[in-house]
Design a protein around this ligand. Sequence first.
Ligand code: SOE
Length: 392
Amino acid sequence: MDQQAAQPTLGVGMIGYAFMGAAHSQAWRTAPRVFDLPLQPRMVALAGRDAAAVRSAARRHGWMAAETDWHDLISRPDVQLVDICTPGDLHAEIAIAALDAGQHVLCEKPLANTVEEAEAMVAAATMASARGVRSMVGFNYRRVPAIALGRQVVADGRIGAVRHVRASYLQDWLVDPSFPLTWRLRREHAGSGALGDLGAHIVDLAQYLTGELIVGVSGATATFVGERPLPGPAGHEQRSGAVTVDDAALFTARLGSGALASFEATRFAAGRKNALRMEINGDRGSLTFDLERLNELQFYDHTDDAMTAGFRRVLVTEPGHPYLSGWWPPGHVLGWDVAFTHQVRDLVTAIAEGTDPRPSFADGLQVQRVLAAVCRSAANESRWTPVPPPAS
Ligand code: SOE
């Protein structure tokens, strides 16, 4: 018997199989092949409403069975972990039901569509944790090796006291006004637009990299194209519907230490496909990261000799760099998908070790509070709006 077959297993069920479902499936397939995991994931079942489509997705992505009702998935005795890749309006209901049923949960970001839903999820996660049931929210970019290294560099004091964070996440898939009114453009399904979808990532990263929390914000949002064609077969008479979320969000923020931060999230930056950029300036140096060059971290040491000081490009592919132990020799660069693989590695390891993984649902709730504060500020002439501190 080979070593993997002898290992204890973890039955996984996933709900949703669009873009994020495909990314998560790849991670479940890949993580046990790249890393020595203490539990062997079994891709037991995939759930989705359309029977033919979910069967075909299950075959394509490597799931052993298909279910058309998520209730059936979470009542399967062979599923010990539920991976939620649905639109946001289903996150709370599914996560709470799965946790109450004793299944570990991985939930895509943003954690929920409202603060109230996120609070209910945290309450369920807290009770579940007391019974050894784990939960995690999928802020995948924390697990890009260069980002994980950046956090270590900040924590080690290499850039000193943080003064500024400059964060942007720019995409351009809504520039064309004929792009259809998909679920991401409807508040009842997505909660918010660019703010929750992209802004949530950079809020999480700013807090993760600095180890600080955002304490207040001032924001503005815009919806540039208020109506879009309803999705439907091409050639049919197209009706249109209202876009009920933001296309772009811009906000400034203050961190707990007094550092100032700026954030921009948009789906209207023509030419910017998936441009997530972070810059942190401290009193001893700076860091910058660009997702389109995700194997690199730029580091500036302000204590260097002025004649030769400059940003240095750190190629984050050394065996000692975070997560690199399982991959290729130095210089053999990694891609966008590996953060999901690392997410699986860390989640499965935490489950096996009996510890609560991060980012927790409480971390997801805190991001949700920041997003809600931005919305309140934007609705109130950009007035400065405090973010309530997490309950201790
Ligand atoms: C949206 O365009 C999206 O797919 C986000 O939902 C993901 O979280 C982001 O990683 C890539 O872009």
